[in-house]
Design a protein around this ligand. Structure first.
Ligand code: 6GU
Length: 243
């Protein structure tokens, strides 16, 4: 899977890209990340890419020309173009279902905004898939882009060592019916007892059926307690239909 990232701050990605899982995936050619500095498409002699908003107000707006031209250039370099994603708090909110959808693309082109955002005509012309990572304000789209990359690459075949570790995670559909997303069950490792707190007996029993049952129960309980909203969005009817 290939990512092209258009940003004013490509350096932000360097630590993340040299981190183990992603680094390994890049080395194994399962994932590639190409960084592009939007400033390189500035026509201005001072490499200026932003300007004051028409109508007044605080902050600066990123000009449309360098962004649209950068996207067109990067898209034009290869036969296969990328699905264009614009990271913005105004987009549809990222969740595991959207991550799965994004992971179906062979190539994604991520546009990271800064300041007060891009000139509206960037969206009008490119019609990107606008994605937000949550209802809060980040200083820019870079951290959101890394979040998106991090969640998507987990679904690229062979990126994770153990196939199962992604399937059983919180929010993955896992062994549960489609769309029914549960939080992951509690995990324990040695020692068996720590400061008076003991590991649940069943996990030490070696009885795999009992363990699976305990884990499923624990998942459900936790989800009900912490994220009841997740249980409301299931396809299964809340009540048995009357005969
Ligand atoms: Cl994608 N960008 C910014 N700047 N803030 C956000 C966001 C994105 N998602 C949530 N908040």
């Amino acid at each position: 899977m290939r990512f092209d990232v258009l940003t004013l701050f490509p350096e932000i990605f360097s630590g993340y890209m040299t981190q183990s899982l992603l680094k390994l995936a890049i080395e194994r050619s399962l994932v590639s990340i190409h960084l592009h500095n939007i400033r390189d498409w500035s026509r201005d002699k001072h490499k200026c890419v932003d300007d004051r908003p028409f109508g007044g107000g605080p902050g600066m707006v990123i000009k449309p020309e360098p962004v649209v031209e950068a996207v067109e250039d990067v898209q034009g370099r290869d036969q296969q173009t990328g699905h264009v994603v614009l990271l913005t708090p105004q987009g549809r909110q990222l969740n595991q279902t959207l991550v799965e959808e994004l992971a179906t693309h062979k190539r994604l082109l991520l546009l990271c905004g800064r300041y007060e955002g891009f000139d509206q005509r960037v969206s009008d012309l490119l019609e990107p898939d606008e994605v937000s990572v949550g209802d809060f304000v980040l200083n820019g789209g870079e951290v959101a882009a890394m979040t998106l990359i991090d969640t998507v690459i987990r679904l690229v075949p062979d990126v994770l060592g153990d196939e199962n570790s992604s399937r059983l995670d919180s929010f993955s559909s896992g062994p549960y019916p489609e769309n029914k997303r549960l939080l992951e069950h509690a995990q324990y490792t040695r020692p068996r007892e720590f400061r008076g707190l003991e590991v649940p007996e069943v996990l030490l029993s070696g009885d795999h059926t009992a363990i699976a049952k305990w884990r499923e129960q624990n998942s459900l309980e936790r989800t009900r307690e912490r994220r009841g909203d997740l249980l409301e969005h299931t396809d299964s009817p809340k009540q048995e239909p009357k005969p």
